[in-house]
Design a binder for this molecule. Structure first.
Ligand code: CU
Length: 373
């Protein structure tokens, strides 16, 4: 088993980076509340928060108007390019003050596998916009439940300011079916001195279709994103105490299979994330974060097991996740921390995973990952 720290490689390194903000509200078009919106169309306000994988309970964001989702399929290149925008991002605007794009839903146009996720930010003329202004983006499959925490939707991709690139794992892919609804949750902010007008978030997703004829590429093995969280199956954000701290949680594996790799997600001042299989009394991975001199998180390494056939999980195994932090600010940072080991799981009997399919939208009280800080 090798620990391989690759900047921006494989999936999972340092997904969505944290945010410090100085609120200056220069927004123009405010709506009273942030609600789950599909395809940009307004729906009646829910009585409580709908899905919102990353929203903290009780958060209210103004909704940015005119932000739509564009999906372009390049059949020859086998890629789809998703584009969320345009977004106006005034300088020095916190994620709370920034009018946020509504949740947008992409209907998968293929039967096959999504192989990778390549995010970037551009302006209307195609010039690069720094990733710093992305607070986070998260993709959730509304038609599937998470295999570790079925109270949540399947969270298939996430990135933040560090613009984590989830690269392809040869031979593996995320199985999608035509028409499955992938909800895209985007939160922007702008801690910089520069205002950005008409910014777009683009995510390029290479795909492989299921074989239609004998000449097609060999089928992929299905992977299931595994988010193993120190808050167990609750909301991911938690308050970060001053000084050194550790938080641990457990999740129980419900299927036999293997983990083919694991990375981690921490916020600023995060030091380490450790994943243990308590039932086997083994440490699966110890991931030491890289940070700058101020403790701002730069990356978390990724440990791959794919070359060894994967790290074996059995039904009933209890996984323990620990995150350590050292917060030098001298104060408690409200909702300032997260600790998630993020990996790809491959089931021994993939047919069992079909039970995670959902035809209906999940109930409103579905727990998600709180991501406001
Ligand atoms: Cu986070």
């Amino acid at each position: 088993m090798k620990t391989i720290a690759i900047c921006g490689a494989f999936l999972l390194a340092a997904i969505f980076a944290p945010a410090q903000e100085k609120p200056v509200d220069t927004s123009k078009e405010l709506q009273p509340t942030h609600t789950g919106l599909d395809e940009g169309a307004a729906k009646p306000l829910p009585t409580q928060h709908e899905h919102h994988g990353f929203m903290q309970e009780g958060m209210h964001h103004a909704v940015a108007k005119g932000v739509t989702l564009d999906a372009k399929v390049d059949a020859a290149a086998h890629t789809v390019t998703l584009r969320v925008g345009p977004m106006n991002l005034p300088a020095h605007t916190s994620h709370l003050k920034m009018p946020q794009p509504p949740d947008l839903v992409w209907e998968a146009p293929i039967d096959g596998w999504l192989l990778a996720y390549h995010p970037k930010l551009v302006d209307a003329s195609g010039n690069a916009v720094p990733g710093t202004v992305l607070h986070h983006v998260a993709f959730w499959n509304e038609n599937r439940a998470d295999f570790l925490c079925p109270n949540k939707e399947e969270h298939i991709f996430g990135a933040g300011s560090e613009m984590t690139d989830w690269t392809e794992v040869p031979g593996y892919g995320y199985r999608v079916h035509n028409g499955e609804k992938i909800r895209i949750e985007t939160m922007m902010y702008n801690p910089t001195n520069t205002s950005y007008d008409k910014a777009y978030l683009e995510v390029v997703i290479p795909f492989q279709e299921t074989p239609g004829d004998a000449s097609a590429a060999a089928p992929r093995k299905n992977v299931y994103p595994a988010w193993m969280d120190v808050t167990s199956c609750g909301n991911s954000g938690y308050d970060l105490p001053s000084g050194k701290s550790e938080k641990t949680g457990t999740v129980t594996v419900k299927y036999d299979g293997v983990l083919i790799g694991v990375g981690g997600h921490l916020h600023d001042y995060g030091k380490q994330i450790v994943l243990e299989d308590v039932s086997r009394k083994e440490t699966v991975a110890t991931l030491d974060a890289k940070a700058d001199a101020q403790g701002h998180l730069e990356s978390v390494p990724v440990k791959l097991f794919v070359q060894d056939g994967g790290y074996k999980f059995a039904t009933g195994d209890v996984l323990k996740i620990s995150a350590t932090y050292d917060n030098p600010t001298g104060k408690l940072l409200h909702n300032g921390a997260m600790g998630i080991a993020v990996g790809y799981f491959v089931a021994t009997d993939d047919t069992k995973m079909a039970a995670l399919r959902r035809n209906e939208k999940p109930p409103h009280d579905m727990a998600g990952i709180s991501h406001d800080h």
